[in-house]
Ligand binder design. Sequence first.
Ligand code: DGY
Length: 328
Amino acid sequence: MAKVALTRILPDAGMALLKEAEAAGEIELDIWPGDLPPDREALVALLHGCDGAIVLVTDPIGAELLDAEPQIRVLSQFAVGYDNIDLTAATARGVAVCNTPGVLTETTADLAWALLMASARRVVEGADYVRAGKWQTWGPTLLMGADVHHATLGIVGFGRIGKEVAKRGRGFDMRILAFDTMPDEQAAADLGIELVDLETLLRESDFVSLHCALTAETRHLIDADALALMKPTAILINAARGPVVDTDALVNALQTGAIAGAGLDVTDPEPIPADHPLVGLQNVVIVPHIASASIATRGKMAEMAAQNLLAVLRGERPAHIVNPEVLS
Ligand code: DGY
């Protein structure tokens, strides 16, 4: 019987599939019960002797851990991004790495837009103002923000999520720019989007929204130099990965007025401590990495992660595998 580790309890739709496989005597589940991720020692212990695992963005899996557990055949990631897994090490050891693309695309784009709207129109500041009992009258200059309609939206990473963000921008009559190292020219033409280089995008956009994967090339892609290119009225949105932005440079840009604001679903470090300078800034909206967290989407992600895992253990081809070469 295959031993399967889960580093967190998943939404019901995924748990049901796994419990069914367990009841059928196909797998034996070892589930980390905590709300917080297992620490290094606990993760090593949890993965000990398992044939496969469903893991999260909070579980770093490197070569050392895989060498200690050479029987592992599959790491099924409960996310589309898998930068917590050393893919090269997994592939070299024949470990299938699966993920959950597609099902979270629109949900993530919606949240990026929620951050964009909230930052532009100072929604969180406004709600705090009311809650603090400060609302005394209608004010001619009270909490004035930036217009979204007819503004320029710059999308960094024109993949699945970036395209959905762009589609939403069309409804606001925006001029839309996109930068990608492998641009999809057809999609850009279909959506009426201008493909530009990063420098042009940063210089000309009123909103810069990040949707690229975290790789060695994109780590600190938005550094002090990139922020200096942005308009002082511009707002940065990050629903990709925290380390795509140099946090110290961002704090400095927000404090000095080099840019006007930021809406962040992801941070570096993550979680960001409540006493971090970024958290104290009025012109920043931070939410705790919830872009894919709609009830329906998290259910579909759990189902997909369970199906991917079970497929590999059954010797079948999983629907979503990032290193298919290990199957041959
Ligand atoms: C992903 O799927 O990569 C998300 O960031 C996790 O919600």
